[in-house]
Design a protein. Structure first.
Length: 94
């Protein structure tokens, strides 16, 4: 397991909307439904997104990636997140 501290900063929906120029919660939900944003991490009744994932997606959007390529990137980010969570799970079991 990597001992260096990755970027664990979480951002809330207000921040992600500002980052992507989204005005409404409905537009945020539509982007998630189209898999143009990753699923949030839910803590209590609030939703958060890893800031690093959002910065990667924003850079890809600025670069002009197509919706299809953005969806592949979101899938990759979600797979990486799942792998990290699995490593943490295995680490805490031992």
């Amino acid at each position: 397991m990597n001992t260096q501290s990755p970027d664990f900063e979480l951002i809330d929906s207000r921040t992600i909307k500002k980052m992507f120029g989204i005005r409404s919660n409905d537009t945020l939900r539509k982007r998630r439904a189209r898999q143009l944003l990753p699923e949030p991490i839910i803590r209590g009744q609030k939703r958060f997104w890893p800031a690093l994932e959002c910065r990667v997606l924003l850079a890809a959007e600025i670069h002009g990636l197509s919706d299809g390529d953005m969806q592949k990137l979101v899938d990759e980010l979600m797979s990486n997140r799942a792998a990290v969570f699995q490593q943490l799970k295995e680490y805490t079991i031992h």
